[in-house]
Ligand binder design. Sequence first.
Ligand SMILES: NC(=O)c1ccc[n+]([C@@H]2O[C@H](COP(=O)([O-])OP(=O)(O)OC[C@H]3O[C@@H](n4cnc5c(N)ncnc54)[C@H](O)[C@@H]3O)[C@@H](O)[C@H]2O)c1
Length: 264
Amino acid sequence: MSKRLEGRIALIMGAGSSQEDNGVSNGQAVALTFAREGATIVAVDLSLAAAEKTASLVREQGGTSIAIAADVSRAEDVKQVVEQATGHYRRIDILHNNVGIEYLGGPVDTPESEWDRVHAVNLKSVFLACKHVIPHMEAQGGGSIINVSSTASLRASTETFLSYSSSKAAVNHVTRVIAAQYAGKQIRCNAVVPGMMATPHVRTLYRHLDDDQFKEVMARRDASCPMGRQGSPWDVANASLFLASDEASYVTGLLLTVDGGRSI
Ligand SMILES: NC(=O)c1ccc[n+]([C@@H]2O[C@H](COP(=O)([O-])OP(=O)(O)OC[C@H]3O[C@@H](n4cnc5c(N)ncnc54)[C@H](O)[C@@H]3O)[C@@H](O)[C@H]2O)c1
């Protein structure tokens, strides 16, 4: 049986993990899943070590990957990433915008600088990546863009992180507007909207807690999900694989919620 992404070039922004050696992140799971289905992975991360770790995980499993360090909230970095990727491989078939950071706080306790930083990393990065990748997709006759959002974009979440919620809500609408503009060019643009996921990053979010307190938080997170458990990075990866593949060739502008029914 042929692989679902055979011969495709996938550019994954935020392909590393913010908590190495603590399980697989969303970006790593996406990279490994896309590679297993035949894609070549361009792993981009703020941290070169994190990008290289993902690239080496892919290679260990028999895949092909290069690593590039870049701050995807910076126009010059994104331009250079796209130039390097297309310099190596001549095309970009899949753009996966996985970068996301948060600042805990509402309108009163969020400093203006943090509001701006969260929007630059979560939202402007999507704009910049699309700005530089879409011309290549247009020239090659199509492509698939997948933006990673969050159910915090749809409803008030347990944790208050207004800037995160706002930036992800904007990512949803940017996804749909780009989908509408580029459907005629065969460029599909969709979002994966994860709910509560048990990723290594959750430990970063609760870094102020000791290990026992953190275990309690994770148990509470599991219990708050209708299925009695949080999702995993592989759930995000499998949804992304569907959106990247030809099985989704008539799917664009979709906000694909992956939350085990929690936001219903
Ligand atoms: N973990 C969850 O529960 C959850 C839920 C909903 C949505 N998400 C979303 O999933 C995505 C990934 O989450 P994760 O849990 O794997 O997080 P993670 O922090 O482990 O991975 C994100 C990666 O992005 C990189 N990064 C951060 N800023 C960057 C920048 N400016 N330029 C380049 N790279 C940068 C980090 O170094 C890290 O390796 C995010 O968009 C997040 O908002 C996560």
